[in-house]
Structure formats: structure tokens, C-alpha cells
Write a protein that binds this ligand. Structure first.
Ligand code: F0G
Length: 438
């Protein structure tokens, strides 16, 4: 199976060997994507094989990414080369309470927070780390709002690479920062925002020969494709009407669209679901672009602001790919306010599911899309929860105790607040309290 990199720009489409250390097209500067000769692919056979692999104890079969290795065939021998922590394998969870809140008959979450480091980044990082090793790189780097760095640190450690992470000083949750430290990453807190640091890291990666593992790296996108492949496998290859995903740097929606197109072209699914991307209102340049029909030039947001720090990004690198995917699937975009995200997150919590703030943008956005008549209550929707509930406990405590304040200084109402109660060490008084509240 031959694998190559190809320029994403329709007017260029230059091709490069996958052994080249490049992130943009050297000829035109466009984004790159992996491309393969998939001829002879037998979808029914592979569907059976992938089910059988779930019974296997081989690490590559247990991985919810490498199990689908026929669709990401860029390594010569994944059995030897894959760097795996048994990523993927994330569940589909029905959430009746969240469905009611959104105005839907039914709603299913695919919870990427069940990954080894607690976010969808692991699906991509297992591939990025493997590619770094095969290229003979010693050091890997990324700028991150937190999850990429936690994931990269873990996979670099697992693959014998040295991780260097760059994070916006004071703007990531302690859960994520703690993971990077624990996994041994050299951690640099830069006094700049995500978009500014990405430019800096690109210069440093080039100058110092460090492999860049942000989502501009096409091999990460290949891994994130398997979120969709696994989802379709779990749905017995019956696609939903909509897939809802939060948008930050827009790598995930790019990966989802690529996966859907490939699955459709190769005969795994009969139709392509629509992609709905939800951004935080304070960091929504892609939503604004899409509102304009994609005709105007892309205007980045110089000062993105949101408490959903994972998606606090104003200049998303993958917007051209993301736009193609939203457009070709007949999808849409939406934005959600700080209050809407916080309330949606609490509702997801009350389903016994839980997620980090950025993930809850999905439910908040879906609710608006249903209210606006874009999504019909009877349609089948899978919303992707991108990160684990424990990623940002500080946010949770503040919300439930009425102390959460938006970046603009406005208090966020604890609409579904659930604050802890301090009680004396006294059985009678506690009994009285619990009797009153029964
Ligand atoms: N949700 C979570 C929990 C994230 O961590 C991110 C991105 C997104 C959604 C948005 O995904 O960038 O592919 O559109 N986090 C990156 C990071 C930027 O550095 O961890 P995207």
C-alpha cells in the first residue's frame, strides 16, 4: 500500500514522500494530507476482520486506532512500529436527559475522554509518535491549550522520545499541566496566546530539528480519523444524520470529514452524515466565516476569550480543511456563550457522563441548532465529547458554588448548581437535613 503526502490546495496537489519532515507544502504553503492507494480494498472483509481483532490480545489489535490500520497504512509494519497505550475504544453513550435538554428525541455521545490521557488527542498522537520514531527524530514539540501536551508527553515517553511542550502561561487547567509534568515533558510556559506560540514553535522546530506534533501534522489527523471509523463500527455501519464536534484549531473536524469521505468512497457506509462544528462565542472565527457562506476571506480573532480554554484559539490553522468538510457534508456551524456551555456541561454531568468545558459546547450548540430548526428532533445525532470531566475540576467547583465568572467579568449563574453542604459532626442534625431534602 503506497502512502504519500499531498498538498490540500486543489490548484497545487503536489506530492511528497512520507519520509519528508514537512508540515506545509514546500511549493505553495498549503496544508498537507496523507493519501494512499486504496485499490482492492474489500469493505465487508475488513468489517469482519476488525470485529475479530476485538478478541485479540495483540497490542495493535487492542488499540482502537491500530485495529483499523488498513485505513491508515503509513507505517511499514504497525505491529512493530506503533506506539500504543491502547487508545480509542471509547464508548457510545445514550443520554436521555441531555437529549431532552437539546430538544431531541434521542442523543448519543461518543466519549473521547475515556482515552488513556483523557482526550481525543490520543487517537492522533499514537500515530504522530510512531511517525516521529520512524523518521528518527529524537525530540517532539507542540504548543497546546493542554490536552495535546498531556497526550504528546505520554506518547513521547512511551515511544522513547523527548517531549517539549509550550503552553500559554496561566491559561491551561492544572489537570492538563499536571499530566505533562508527570509524563516528564520539558514544559515551557510562554507569555503569549496559543496562536502566537504556534508561530514561535514552528520556527524553533525548524531551527532545532524538533518534530512538530500539533494537528497541522498530517499523521495526527490520520489517527483522529479512527474516531469516526470506530463510531461507525459501533453503529453497525449505519451513519447518524449529524455528528457534532467542538472546534478549536479545527484538526478534529478535518479528520472526521476525511474519514467520512474515505469510508463512503470505499463502500463502508452508504451516506455521509452532516458535520456540525460548535465554537465558544469568544473564540469563533470559523463560525463567523461560515456564517458569511465561506465567500469572504478568513478573519482570525486576535484576542480569543473563553473559559473553555481547550478551544481558546483565534487563528485555527486547519480552517481550509475544516471548511471543505463542513461544506461537502452539508453541515453547519454554531457558537455558544459561556453561560450556555456551563449549563450544558452540568446537564452532561447529571447524565452520569461528564466532560470538560470545551466538550460541552456540543450540547449547547446542538440545543441552538434544534431551536433554530437546523436539526430536527427526530434525527440521529452523535456528539463527540472530546475531554474527560477531571481535566478541569476548578471550573466545576466554581460553577456549582456560584463562583464562575466569564472572561469579561460577568458572573455565570449556577443554573444547575449543586454546592456541597458543610454539616456538624452530629447524627441528629444530619438526619434532620436529609429528611427535609428526601
Ligand atoms: N476539545 C478539547 C477538549 C480540546 O482539547 C480541543 C483542542 C478541542 C476540543 C478542539 O479540537 O483543535 O481539533 O478543533 N485542543 C488543542 C490542545 C488545541 O492544544 O490540546 P481542534
Amino acid at each position: 500500500m503506497s502512502a504519500e503526502l499531498i498538498c490540500f490546495e486543489p490548484a497545487c496537489r503536489a506530492r511528497y514522500a512520507i519520509s519528508e519532515v514537512i508540515y506545509n507544502c514546500p511549493r505553495c504553503g498549503g496544508l498537507l494530507e496523507a493519501t494512499y492507494d486504496f485499490s482492492g480494498m474489500d469493505a465487508p472483509r475488513l468489517k469482519r476482520l476488525w470485529r475479530e481483532r476485538r478478541m485479540s490480545n495483540a497490542p495493535v489489535d487492542q488499540s482502537g486506532v491500530w485495529r483499523y490500520r488498513e485505513l491508515i497504512p503509513f507505517l511499514s509494519d504497525p505491529t512493530r512500529e506503533a506506539v500504543t497505550l491502547r487508545e480509542g475504544n471509547t464508548p457510545l453513550l445514550d443520554a436521555p436527559q441531555a437529549a431532552r435538554y437539546a430538544g431531541m428525541d434521542r442523543l448519543t455521545f461518543k466519549h473521547q475522554g475515556f482515552n488513556p490521557t483523557g482526550s481525543f488527542k490520543d487517537n492522533g498522537m499514537t500515530c504522530g509518535a510512531a511517525q516521529a520514531v520512524r523518521l528518527g527524530m529524537k525530540r517532539v514539540a507542540c504548543v497546546s491549550t493542554g490536552n495535546t501536551s498531556a497526550s504528546m508527553a505520554a506518547y513521547a515517553a512511551a515511544g522513547g522520545l523527548q517531549p517539549i511542550i509550550f503552553i500559554p502561561h496561566g491559561n491551561i487547567s492544572y489537570g492538563k499541566l499536571a499530566q505533562a509534568l508527570e509524563y516528564g515533558a520539558q514544559t515551557l510556559q510562554v507569555e503569549a496566546n496559543f496562536d502566537q506560540i504556534l508561530k514561535l514553535v514552528r520556527i524553533l522546530a525548524e531551527r532545532l530539528g524538533i518534530y512538530l506534533l500539533n494537528s497541522i501534522n498530517p499523521f495526527r489527523i490520520e489517527g483522529q480519523k479512527t474516531i469516526i471509523v470506530e463510531m461507525m463500527d459501533q453503529l453497525d455501519w449505519q451513519p447518524p444524520d449529524w455528528i457534532v464536534v467542538p472546534g478549536g484549531n479545527l484538526g478534529n473536524v478535518s479528520a472526521f470529514g476525511k474519514a467520512l469521505t474515505e469510508l463512503h468512497q470505499l463502500g463502508f457506509i452508504e451516506r455521509v452524515p452532516k458535520l456540525a462544528v460548535v465554537q465558544a462565542a469568544g473564540a469563533a472565527p470559523f463560525h463567523r466565516f461560515a456564517q458569511g457562506g465561506g465567500g469572504a476571506s478568513f478573519v482570525s480573532e486576535d484576542h480569543p476569550e473563553t473559559l473553555a480554554t481547550a478551544i481558546k484559539i483565534g487563528d485555527p490553522v486547519s480552517w481550509p480543511k475544516a471548511w471543505r468538510e463542513v461544506h461537502t457534508t452539508g453541515g453547519t456551524t454554531e457558537q455558544a456563550s459561556e453561560q450556555e456551555i456551563a449549563d450544558a456541561k452540568a446537564v452532561i454531568g447529571f447524565c452520569g457522563i461528564g466532560c470538560e468545558p470545551a466538550s460541552a459546547a456540543t450540547l449547547a450548540g446542538l440545543r441552538k441548532l434544534v431551536a433554530g430548526g437546523v436539526v430536527n428532533p427526530g434525527e440521529r445525532v452523535v456528539a463527540v465529547l472530546t475531554g474527560n470531566v477531571l481535566k478541569d475540576p476548578d471550573y466545576i467547583y466554581r460553577y456549582h458554588t456560584g463562583q464562575l465568572v466569564s472572561p469579561a467579568g460577568e458572573p455565570i449563574s449556577p443554573t444547575f448548581g449543586n454546592h456541597p453542604i458543610v454539616v456538624p459532626n452530629d447524627a441528629d442534625r444530619i438526619s434532620a437535613l436529609l429528611t427535609t431534602n428526601a
